[in-house]
Write a protein of this length. Structure first.
Length: 357
């Protein structure tokens, strides 16, 4: 019998995520049955979408809400197989799966977890670090790539605005769009993030959404208008995109993080979608699993060539996961927000005290 430490919800946030909303439980795991493996988790993901599930009912069509008082299930994670019943997943294999925010998990090999994107997969970690599969070579890369795909942004050569641009998805969208030959306008919440976007990621223009009304900053950065908008924020950002969009512009609606901890706002100017013949397309990365290999080949090639930067904010120890989520939602992290549970193959170490890298 293996024991796992696992985060569970104590009460739902009202409205802001705080560590006291969660409790760390000890769970006894059964021996893996045929078709199952035991995984020791090493890295787990911290995503804004978790906040959409920290409520009695998640938005219709989305991943299910986390019930109170049971380990949270359906969080993208990297681990190492410790016991196996399947020759395709020998002991020592690095894998991804959906049972994160815990130290160990018994995983069904055949389960189509999280719409299939988090089905147990063996990962090649010979040339990239395991956690790269939580960022550019995993669901974040797929979301960035799928969003550009659904609005025909992969052909390049246009002006694109990317919001939440210094985050996990946005920083990839900026870089991929630039590599494809787009003119990239980026927005983020601090001057340091704006400087990183301009100086390191090489975007053409960037602004802080806190410095002035978003629509004014966007007009100044894109005086001729935008052809594409990659929306991670919603609210005033989506309104600004509708205002500054050129006729027939396309908007990829990836998320609306500005709404996740409060009442949804806007857009109040949706008629502009009609008057300008705009296309607004909501999408989920998990609906585009068919693009995963194509995305990994392209982004993997750019990573290997040193053309793609994969920035991480790492919190050490499973105990830090709730703090990591709160910090990410508050804009205190840059790039992909991750929790490191263990250092890879070797004996289990208990989670360390929090520290932000
Ligand atoms: N459709 C999908 O399949 C899919 C998959 C993954 C993520 N998403 C969505 O994509 C978006 C980004 O996700 P991510 O994982 O890359 O997270 P992230 O950008 O790494 O972190 C979220 C960021 O949102 C920004 N933010 C928070 N409140 C804001 C506000 N009121 N106005 C403007 N910005 C605000 C903060 O950055 P600043 O400091 O810049 O404000 C924060 O760092 C989210 O909406 C998420 O739900 C969708």
């Amino acid at each position: 019998m293996v024991q796992s430490l696992a985060w569970q919800v104590r009460h739902y946030p009202d409205p802001h995520v705080r560590p006291e909303c969660f409790e760390l439980a000890t769970v006894e795991l059964p021996e893996p049955r045929p078709g199952q493996v035991l995984v020791r988790n090493t890295w787990t993901s911290v995503d804004p979408g978790l906040r959409l599930r920290l409520r009695p009912d998640a938005p219709s069509g989305y991943f299910a809400a986390f019930p109170v008082g049971v380990p949270m299930d359906g969080v993208f994670t990297i681990g190492v197989v410790e016991q196996t019943t399947d020759p395709a997943f020998p002991v020592g294999t690095t894998v991804w799966h959906a049972q994160g925010w815990r130290t160990h998990a018994v995983v069904d090999v055949a389960e189509e977890a999280m719409n299939g994107i988090a089905r147990l997969r063996a990962l090649d970690v010979s040339v990239v670090s395991p956690q790269t599969y939580l960022g550019p070579l995993g669901p974040m890369g797929l979301t960035a790539y799928a969003g550009l795909h659904v609005v025909d942004g992969l052909r390049g050569g246009e002006t694109i605005w990317v919001s939440a641009a210094a985050g996990a998805v946005g920083s990839l969208v900026c870089q991929v769009a630039r590599l494809l030959g787009h003119r990239v306008v980026a927005s983020a919440g601090t001057d340091q993030k704006v400087a990183w976007l301009l100086d390191d990621l090489g975007v053409d223009a960037a602004f802080s959404w806190r410095a002035a009304p978003v629509v004014e900053s966007l007009r100044a950065a894109a005086p001729d208008g935008i052809d594409l908008y990659f929306d991670g924020v919603g609210g005033d950002h989506l309104e600004a995109a509708l205002e500054v969009a050129k006729p027939f512009a396309r908007l990829a609606l990836c998320g609306s993080v500005s709404d996740y901890e409060g009442e949804p706002t806007g857009p109040r100017n949706l008629f502009l979608a009609t008057s300008k013949n705009l296309t607004l397309r909501g999408f989920r990365g998990s609906a585009h699993v068919a693009l995963l290999e194509e995305m990994q080949a392209r982004l993997g090639g750019w990573l290997a060539a040193g053309l793609l930067e994969s920035r991480e904010t790492v919190f050490d120890g499973l105990e830090s996961a709730p703090t990591a989520l709160a910090d990410m939602l508050a804009g205190r992290t840059t790039g992909k927000t991750l929790v490191r549970i263990g250092a890879g193959p070797g004996p289990l170490s208990m989670p360390e005290l929090n520290s932000v890298g």
